[in-house]
Design a protein around this ligand. Structure first.
Ligand code: SPD
Length: 351
């Protein structure tokens, strides 16, 4: 691994000398020829990978995970061999603090100017020193209106489901995602450490539990489409894709609000192909490439000039267009005490 790291650094030096972003592919990077991506499930457009390989000659491998917690555990274990990971805004500061991702100075990349200024300086990475936006969306839930006609306007339908959903509820397998949405339902802040609130939170989750079929952040759309689940915690883009396969599915913007988030590309410390990683990040800030990803996964990107290339069906879909008056609570990194509390709640729930 040490050897690989120094090869990566040499490639960067060679890249800078040869004009890394000027279209010239440095000979050394070409001979390395591989980029190892670790991304969320169903979140990397195959066409994008094919286009990147065609344009650069760099082959791509792709492994997937289902939660920030899994990504964190993987990077902490070390020696992953990944060049690109995609972390949510609430986890980026954790990766930076724990020295698990390395500087990339994105502002120096030619395509950085394509980012919407509001996403260039993000609170979790104000100088874009470590990360570049991948996509953003909301978290709420979808239900099958052929199973339960509604109307549905509250997160209560997910957390205190009607009997018809018994054994048909699908929840994420991630403490941060389940607890953040439950706190929103309670009208409490993210990262809450108030003991009375946490007791009430545990009660809500334990009351919901007998109706839950599975806690798993992968395969949600498949479960909804097959009917294995009739109501599911889900991200907006995945919800849009599921509805396109099963028209009776409805994504809910609840009166309590929805969780907002942004996922970000970053380069792990020890990435074997650092130069290739920077090329991929720059490639992703090209409007057409950003649109390919958006059209595949169903989420908004941070490149405004990609809009003309986004399919009208997606661009006009309800999942892609949160209502103007939606109470959107953006996630944030919790302090250590709150993370401990989240872990305790999750352990209690899952025992
Ligand atoms: N299909 C995978 C979508 C991944 C979305 N990531 C959202 C993270 C929110 N905390």
């Amino acid at each position: 691994m040490q050897f690989k790291i120094s090869v990566g650094k040499l490639a960067v030096a060679a890249g800078l000398a040869c004009g890394l972003f000027a279209g010239a592919v440095p000979a050394q990077a070409q001979s390395a020829g591989v980029l190892h991506i670790y991304n969320w499930t169903d979140y990397t457009a195959p066409d994008l990978i094919a286009k990147f390989t065609k344009e650069t000659g760099i082959k791509v491998t792709l492994d997937t995970y289902d939660s920030n917690e899994t990504l964190l555990a993987k990077l902490k274990a070390g020696g992953t061999g990944y060049d690109i990971v995609v972390a949510s805004n609430d986890f980026v500061p954790i990766f930076i603090d724990q020295k698990l991702i390395q500087p990339i100075n994105a502002a120096d990349m030619p395509n950085f100017k394509n980012l919407d200024p509001k996403w260039q300086a993000r609170p979790w990475d104000p100088k874009a020193a470590y990360s570049v936006p991948w996509q953003w969306g909301t978290t709420s839930f979808s239900y099958d209106s052929s199973v339960y006609p509604g109307p549905v306007d509250s997160l209560g339908t997910l957390f205190n489901p009607p009997a018809v959903f018994s054994g048909k509820v699908s929840m994420f397998g991630s403490p941060s995602e389940v607890i953040n949405l439950a706190l929103l339902y309670m009208g409490k802040p993210i990262c809450d450490t108030n003991p009375a609130d946490l007791n009430a939170l545990v009660k809500i989750l334990e009351t919901q539990k007998p109706s839950v079929k599975v806690y798993n952040s992968a395969g949600i759309s498949d479960r909804l489409v097959s009917g294995e689940a009739a109501i599911a915690q889900i991200w907006s883009g995945d919800a849009a894709r599921a509805r396109m396969q099963k028209a009776t599915l409805r994504y809910v913007y609840a009166k309590e609000g929805a969780i907002g988030w942004m996922d970000n590309m970053a380069v792990p410390v020890g990435a074997p192909d650092y130069a290739n990683a920077l090329k991929f990040i720059n490639f992703m800030m090209d409007p057409k490439n950003a649109a390919i990803e958006t059209n595949f996964a169903g989420y908004q990107n941070a490149v405004p000039a990609s809009a003309p290339y986004v399919t009208p069906t997606l661009a006009s879909s309800p999942e892609f267009n949160p209502p103007k008056d939606l109470k959107m609570v953006f996630t944030k990194s919790c302090p250590a005490l709150a993370i401990k509390d989240y872990d305790r709640v999750w352990t209690l729930l899952r025992q």
